[in-house]
Design a protein around this ligand. Structure first.
Ligand code: DAH
Length: 353
């Protein structure tokens, strides 16, 4: 058979093989068998020397033509096969929308934040505003301006974390007042009375710190909400009514409240407020240690000395103050027996609220 016919036949055959290649791998095998080192067409190119001289130009042109045609047919088929393979891959990896979905767990606000807001809303509803202070405070505002001088025995009630400087000495502001982590939010009272004129109706939520070991009723860091009212003609009756209103809003309308005499350096007279036990309803049980009452907060009438530090005239104004532990309120509201349960981050516990 003449070389020209051989080439025509080869072209036919290669085109057929290209058409029939089922995937890119098979197509590559076709390419190698024609154009590879020992491929059929490559064979023709190599043996051009043996072609009679007068046919050489014609055969050479034809071989090149066949090669170009084969190359373009290969490229076209390759593109098609690749697209088909991609499609098949995507179809195989696609989502099975009939599978049941995975449940998403939704985060919620922590109980302590929620109770803080609830307390704030009760007081905002009766005209109070929110004041804030800093967790790093001076001895002056945390103690002295609250009628608790350095030698006052009441300082022993609150073991304090002091801030020390590099040499290990207690840091001081202007060499005068020691720096500490506030043990109570009551210091905000002193700041507010220095900067605001009566009438004052504020609450001040915030973190406080004490050198206590955590146990069911103590935490070394916890949250308080302070309250302060200064106005003309404020009486102990106003204080009692406010505390009773707060407790009924927070714990429920059938709860009773009572005020028991107590001592705080910055109030005179001072009291602790109790609410009737939520578990036994006042009968007496283990939760209320058989008394029927549980302690909620400390409060009292602002001591005239405290007004003196702030420059408010106690002849014109009177006021009351109160302070409560947020964790304690949360535990009382939901009958949780141990403050530490609020802090261990167990979502099975926290999800209940
Ligand atoms: N600061 C007190 C404490 O941490 C609580 C307290 C008692 C605050 C009486 C007051 C108050 O404002 O009048 O134990």
């Amino acid at each position: 058979m003449a070389i020209v016919d051989e080439l025509a036949q080869l072209r036919e055959e290669v085109h057929r093989n290209i058409e029939q290649a089922a995937d890119t791998q098979a197509l590559d095998e076709v390419r190698v068998s024609v154009l590879g080192k020992s491929g059929t067409l490559t064979g023709y190119l190599r043996s051009m020397g043996q072609v009679p001289a007068e046919q050489r130009a014609e055969v050479g042109r034809l071989v090149n033509e066949v090669r170009e045609q084969v190359e373009s047919a290969l490229a076209q088929r390759k593109q098609m096969l690749e697209a088909a393979e991609l499609e098949a891959d995507m179809a195989a990896g696609a989502l099975d929308i009939t599978l049941p979905g995975r449940a998403q767990t939704v985060g919620t606000r922590h109980l302590i934040s929620r109770i803080t807001d609830e307390i704030a809303e009760i007081f905002l509803g009766i005209g109070y505003t929110v004041a804030s202070g800093t967790e790093v405070e001076t001895d002056y505002y945390n103690f002295e301006a609250l009628n608790t001088p350095a030698d006052h025995p009441a300082r022993g009630m609150q073991d304090t974390f002091y801030v020390v400087d590099r040499s290990g000495d207690v840091a001081a502001v202007r060499g005068e007042s020691d720096v500490l982590l506030r043990t109570q939010t009551s210091g905000v009272q002193a700041h507010v009375m220095e900067t605001q004129k009566p009438p004052i109706y504020i609450i001040a939520p915030g973190k406080v710190y004490r050198r206590d070991v955590a146990d069911p009723s103590h935490l070394p860091q916890f949250n308080q909400v302070e309250g302060l009212v200064v106005d003309e003609g404020i009486t102990f009756g106003d204080l009692a009514g406010t505390i009773d209103y707060f407790c009924k809003q927070m714990f429920g309308p059938d709860r009773k409240t009572r005020l028991r005499p107590h001592f705080f350096p910055f109030t005179e007279p001072s009291a602790e407020a109790d609410v009737s036990c939520g578990i036994c309803g006042g009968e007496g049980c283990r939760f209320c240690k058989g008394t029927g009452w549980v302690e909620v907060l400390g409060c009292g009438m602002v001591d005239p000395n405290v007004f003196g530090y702030a420059g408010i005239d106690p002849e014109v104004y009177s006021g009351f103050a109160f302070g409560m532990g947020v964790e304690r309120i949360a535990c009382l509201k939901y009958n949780v027996p141990d403050l530490r349960m609020l802090l261990n981050g167990d979502v099975r516990f926290l999800r209940q609220f």
